[in-house]
Design a protein around this ligand. Structure first.
Ligand SMILES: Cc1ncc(C[n+]2csc(CCOP(=O)(O)OP(=O)(O)O)c2C)c(N)n1
Ligand code: SF4
Length: 249
């Protein structure tokens, strides 16, 4: 019989704990497929965050290390410097990467650490019940902004790709989404480019993925995908923000 589909070797058999309709699972699979296709699974070391993806170490079929909240880029820096021949990546939510770990993220990029960061921007703190994140949109209702995020009291959402792409050490920075097949395929290409940047020793690479949190947004999975397209993408335009991989453009 012809095999038309095979599960990637990049994931273990452990079932995901994510809520129905959560796009964390899609991104896990894209990262796993990418590592398998690039043939780096046996030398990959991932760093897991402390959000909903805290159990990433159970899912990726490569060596994994847990990091304290926001510290993943610092932990990844240490691992990569000790093992420059390994492929080192972090997988982080917006609370982890753009709030508690802002300093670690910015300075890992500024130093041009040769690591790959997978950044899940779901505009909310998912795991802890839906508080405002640094990426929550203006007007967005969250547990801590029940009347909507107001710039005068809550500040403006942070655009990480735009910010990091100004840094010399950043080698590849792209924002993608996963709300339909076309965008999922493009996200895969972006993730592959980010890993290639690391393989080619170019420096810091980050892929921001506009993602859903139907549970804390109070939406159905389909409504949540539409919200990414209609609302998130307006404030966070998709695209390549920095590319030193000339041949991959
Ligand atoms: C230093 C510290 N502060 C706060 C927390 C509580 N905490 C755990 S996960 C989390 C939010 C995670 O949100 P995010 O990184 O956006 O990931 P998501 O759950 O949305 O995937 C918070 C605030 C913590 N564990 N450690
Ligand atoms: S709470 Fe949100 S981010 Fe966390 S698993 Fe559920 S849908 Fe995904």
């Amino acid at each position: 019989m012809t095999v038309v589909f095979q599960k990637t070797k990049g994931l273990t058999d452990t079932p995901f704990h994510y809520c129905p309709g959560c796009t964390h699972g899609i991104v896990h699979r894209l990262v796993a497929e990418t590592m398998e296709e690039l043939g780096v699974l046996d030398k990959a070391i991932g760093v897991a965050p402390v959000g909903c993806a805290v159990f990433a170490y159970e899912y990726f079929n490569c060596d994994m290390q847990e990091a304290a909240h926001g510290r993943a880029p610092a932990v990844a820096t240490g691992i990569k410097r000790v093992h420059p021949d390994k492929i080192v990546f972090t997988y982080q939510g917006d609370g982890d990467l753009a709030a508690i770990g802002t300093a670690e993220t910015v300075h890992a990029a500024a130093r041009g650490e040769n690591i790959t960061v997978i950044f899940i921007n779901n505009a909310i703190y998912g795991m802890t019940g839906g508080q405002m994140a640094p990426t929550s949109l203006i007007g967005q209702e969250t547990l801590t902004t029940p009347y909507g995020r107001k710039p005068e009291t809550n500040g403006y959402p942070i655009k990480m790709c735009e910010m990091l792409s100004t840094l010399e050490g950043a080698a590849y920075i792209e924002r993608v989404s996963v709300y339909d097949v076309k965008h999922v395929l493009n996200a895969k290409k972006a993730i592959k480019n980010a890993f290639k940047a690391q393989i080619n020793k170019k420096g810091f690479s980050m892929i921001e993925v506009l993602s859903s949190c139907p549970t804390n947004w109070g939406m159905s999975p389909n409504e949540a995908l539409k919200w990414i397209k209609d609302k998130m993408e307006q404030y966070y335009p998709l695209g390549v923000y920095k590319n030193t991989l000339e041949e991959e453009k």
